[in-house]
Design a protein around this ligand. Structure first.
Ligand code: MG
Length: 254
């Protein structure tokens, strides 16, 4: 079911969104060769809990009913697209590191992701990261009353097509509110259907996932980590936003 949020509900989502933005800033500041993904996760969890929140991803049900997500944030490296599980492995120079963070505050969710590069990226990788971020903002700009979901999808896809990047199709953006994943879905490619009309109060997570190769994916042995089937590098950016009379409002900012 699609719910439209009131002004005060959007303000509460903004508080959750601010914590998520702070978590991503903290991780970016600590991201360096030798740091373990578990250390980054611990930092995220500590900040979310100190802010009075709960990590959205912790315990989230997945493909395997016996393996809910065991950490606070998803950390996906190189050909991993999303849902990487933090652990003992350490970050190395020359890696692409995507971090997806979610927090629940007073029952309301914030969800955002950023992709970082450890060191100085080669031109092709810098472009992958920049274009994925740019596509997220193109999608956000299309999130205005009167448009439809398909307008967001088309805006995101056009940026990828221009740069010749692969667009992940299996995972999509989503409505967000008292649940992390609500209706409607927000694909990063045109479906040929207009989808829901955008109205003030609709809150969405817009999250392009692009690759230097194709869009086919595979799931790791941990039942969570989503990787490119062709081993190509991937990037992921996400903001939670509210559609308002005055245009899109990004909720996952400080
Ligand atoms: Mg999301």
């Amino acid at each position: 079911m699609v719910t439209r949020k009131s002004r005060s509900e959007i303000e509460r989502m903004r508080r959750a969104g601010r914590v998520v933005a702070e978590v991503l800033d903290l991780i970016e500041a600590e991201l360096r060769p030798g740091v373990s993904t578990a250390d980054l996760d611990a930092l995220a969890e500590a900040h979310i809990r100190a802010s009075g929140g709960t990590p959205s991803f912790m315990g989230y049900p997945g493909l395997n009913p016996h393996r809910p997500f065991p950490a606070s944030v998803c950390i996906s490296i190189d050909d991993e697209i999303v849902h990487g599980i933090p652990g003992r492995r350490t970050v190395r120079d020359g890696q692409i590191v995507s971090v997806d963070a979610g927090a629940i505050l007073d029952g309301w969710h914030g969800d955002a992701a950023r992709t970082f590069y450890v060191g100085q990226p080669p031109a092709e990788v810098a472009e992958l990261i920049d274009v994925t971020r740019e596509a997220m903002f193109a999608g956000i700009r299309a999130a205005v009353p009167g448009n439809h979901i398909e307008d967001i999808s088309a805006a995101v896809e056009a940026v990828a097509a221009q740069a010749g990047l692969g667009v992940i199709r299996q995972f999509v953006g989503h409505g967000i509110g008292t649940a992390m994943h609500e209706e409607p879905q927000v694909p990063n490619y045109r479906t040929g259907r207009p989808g829901r009309k955008l109205e003030p109060g609709l809150c969405l997570a817009i999250e392009p996932m692009f690759t230097l190769g194709g869009y086919a994916t595979r799931i790791g042995a941990d039942d969570w980590t989503v990787m490119t089937a062709d081993g190509s590098l991937a990037a992921h950016f996400e903001h939670s936003i509210a559609v308002t009379e005055d245009g899109p409002e990004i909720l996952t900012v400080r």
